[in-house]
Design a protein around this ligand. Structure first.
Ligand SMILES: Nc1ncnc2c1ncn2[C@@H]1O[C@H](COP(=O)(O)OP(=O)(O)OP(=O)(O)O)[C@@H](O)[C@H]1O
Ligand SMILES: [Mg+2]
Length: 255
């Protein structure tokens, strides 16, 4: 059983990495979950999982001619299989984004749920590939109309590659956002998965190098992320068929 989700947004800093790990931990109660830092240019999932000093990362898997096995870049943390990405510019420059297809295909054969922490914006091959590969996209936006507009662009792009919208996560919400949630509910092809408050506990989790659900499992934002995960209703899929689809995916040059 496998389904791949891209966790994406229009703008940077909306909470994609935070959400990837929170959804992943919530889903790991019932599924084998693998999270991948597919933001290969501006990787930061490693800082949220205490993997700052990981020696082998996704970059090593994406560099042609390296014999590194996927398992060497996979770390068991917080009940998840975590594939972090390195932060060096040299690693990014040497990485071939097209090889991400083979990496996710290999991971798909061995997990229930794949969550791809995706880059902000849609400016390059490496930025759009996670959205192209995924079955569904979770769109993480702050609750403003301009942010929704950016999120809709991501949805439109994803749909052009057959990737559906799993839903919208409204994050960093400071005041009642009923009007924005209503707009989001009407314009996106999936439900509002949750409204997550802006909270110091989320920032504290990052500073501690832990996912929110490990750092503050009883907090309000953690409860909202669990609610969002329950609404995803992960679908059954044939792992081998998904892997074959990943391998043969067309990699767009530019959006
Ligand atoms: N609900 C929240 N309340 C308060 N702070 C939050 C919340 N969600 C995320 N943050 C904080 O916002 C910052 C950015 O979050 P995160 O790294 O998850 O965003 P991102 O979308 O992955 O960013 P990037 O586009 O740079 O990859 C982090 O410091 C994180 O702790
Ligand atoms: Mg991020």
């Amino acid at each position: 059983m496998v389904e791949a989700f891209a966790v994406a947004s229009g703008k940077g800093g909306t909470g994609k990495t935070t959400s990837t790990l929170a959804l992943g931990m919530a889903l790991s109660d019932d599924h084998d979950v693998t999270v991948v830092d597919a933001d290969t240019g501006m990787a930061n999932l490693l800082f949220h999982t205490g993997l700052d000093d990981a020696t082998v990362t996704l970059h090593d898997l994406l560099i042609e001619g390296t014999a590194t096995d996927v398992s060497e870049a996979t770390y068991e943390r917080f009940g998840l299989s975590v594939v972090p990405c390195g932060t060096s510019l040299a690693g990014f420059a040497a990485a071939d984004p097209g090889r991400l297809r083979d990496v996710v295909a290999e991971l798909a054969a061995d997990t229930d749920v794949l969550l791809l922490d995706s880059p902000a914006a849609l400016g390059s091959k490496s930025a759009v590939l996670p959205i192209v590969l995924a079955d569904r996209t979770v769109i993480v936006v702050e609750p403003t109309i301009p942010a929704l507009s950016d999120g809709l662009k991501v949805q439109e792009y994803a749909r052009s590659y057959g990737t559906e919208t799993a839903g919208v996560l409204l994050n960093k919400v400071r005041e009642p956002a009923a009007a924005v949630a209503d707009q989001a509910g009407r314009h996106f092809g999936g439900p509002v998965l949750a409204t997550v408050p802006d909270s110091d506990v989320v920032r504290a989790a990052r500073r501690a190098g832990e996912p929110l659900l490990a750092h503050a499992p009883d907090s309000e934002p953690a409860a909202r992320f669990r609610e969002a995960a329950a609404r995803l209703a992960v679908r059954d899929g044939d792992g081998d068929a998904v892997a074959a689809r990943f391998k043969s995916a067309v990699v767009p040059d530019t959006p």
